[in-house]
Write a new protein. Sequence first.
Length: 157
Amino acid sequence: MGLFSFIKEAGEKLFGTGEAAAAESAPDANAKAAEAIKKYIETLKLPVEGLTVSFDGARSVVTVGGTTPDQASKEKVLLAAGNVAGVAEVEDTITVTNPEPEAQFHTVVRGDTLSGIAKTFYGSANKYMVIFEANKPMLSDPDKIYPGQVLRIPPLA
């Protein structure tokens, strides 16, 4: 279990910023935001059983739970929930059935490319596809990353 930080203003726009602000005082708005995030995760077809999602608009925190078969799937679920506009943190209560080494995370800044990130983490710009593959299905194109987005940087096999 852990808490992962994200840039609240960056990410997929699943609900209006007014909805996130309204969620501070309206449990119904929290439930709607949680449902939007859950549906988004489900559309990515990530292997997670018993997916639960809750949202606390007052703190801009999403809590995700369930069971995944591996660490990579868990990390992708966390990234999918965190890379949503209006979310500042993700609380992880996901269980992994086959634990393996955790990935590192990188927050994209202006001017970043997957090649540049690969050079920093792996020493070779040509390993950018490792990062791209590790962030599918959230990434559909290696050239489409944005400042504030958090990416998974897996250990090299």
